[in-house]
Design a protein around this ligand. Sequence first.
Ligand code: FAD
Length: 411
Amino acid sequence: EPIVVIVGAGHAAGFLATSLREGGWRGQVVLIGAEAHLPYQRPPLSKAFLSGEIELAELLLKPQSTYDSAGVTVLPDTRVERIERTRKTVTLSDGKSLQYHKLVLATGGRARRLASPGMEGMDCQPNVHYLRSIDDVLRIRAQFRPGARLVIIGAGYVGLEVAAIAIKRGLNVTVLETQERVLARVTAPAISALYERVHRAHGVDVRTAVEVTGYQLGPFGDAVAALLCGDGTRIAADLVIVGIGLVPNTELAAAAGLAVANGIVVDEYNRSSDPDVFAIGDCSNHPNGIFGQCLRLESVPNAMEQARTAAATLCGKPKPYNTVPWFWSDQYDLKLKMAGLSQGYDQLVLRGDAAGQSFSAFYLKQGRMLAADTINRPQDFMLAKRFIAEAVALRADDLADESIPLKSLLP
Ligand code: FAD
């Protein structure tokens, strides 16, 4: 009986396991995950799970019974240490080895560590945290006390989502960002300005263009007491959360001699440089036909779509991966949904009132839409995905004019 071994038991892996059965895969499916939990959703980790609104069981993609009835074996708390492609085996952390016919790497990524000079050793302190897993959040929640001084390093999605939850819980929150504006790498200046405004209105101390250059320990030397910034300021802290990005887990693939370049290199069917080995989710670098380039994406829609693609290929019904990337972030009552990739745009068009809380930013290149950031505008988001996928010719004036329904701009 053929056997698919899936390395990692995160979002992509969990979705793949059930998609394989739905696609008609009759052989064995084994899911091996380093964490102690069944596959779960990470987005709530910086939102409703951090705030305590939902509990652990609600994070799980599927309960154990679903894997049981689908005949999927899940091995939690187990790492794959090595892949031997010639013998088609993987070696596990408990010393056992396992045979595969097809192998899928869904190893995701890990939080990027603070490694700049002056910061050495800080992240070993018990009040300094990264945020990637359930276990990280459980540790953070234990220190999330009203009145505590929280310093967040990094104003990306994770950092800002944490700030929104923490301020609601009554912590004193400071966000430190080295770039000139928050979300600088991913959104237009108008969107960054909105987020800075809303966070400040809720009482978050947002500081941009500031570099953390050092830290001080408390009197007992067993916790960080303050962060030191390049401009000479000292910020007292009871708790520090670092959100400065992700490093894909590609070491296992590289050691097995698979092609790796900012992720495990795969084709449009999610096959790596070895046709019996696939890679999906945050760890894969895949071609996107719509944008004509290779991408490594860190989002749930991508993890699911790639799992779907790999399942189809493994079940003998290959269908190339080809979708418009998208992402969402929830902070306060702002629902941000973004589609496409803005890189290389030559025109930025705003639709709606940028001073308010409902507008969209459209990025065009030679009259075609590359990307859209929409705030509280699900309809604009849905249409933008179509404008991008279908390369619809658009005029900036029409997009900006709210008296013209966006829908009427479809051919
Ligand atoms: P992961 O979910 O990271 O799973 C990989 C798993 O593989 C991990 O459990 C890891 O321990 C395991 N593993 C790694 N190496 C091995 C090994 N050798 N052996 C065994 N197991 C191994 N996306 C959105 O679209 N919207 C959001 O709002 C959003 N918010 C997020 C908030 C936070 C706090 C975080 C951390 C992520 C968020 N994301 C969001 C991103 C999204 O969660 C990821 O894109 C998604 O989880 C990727 O799934 P994956 O399966 O590729 O990787």
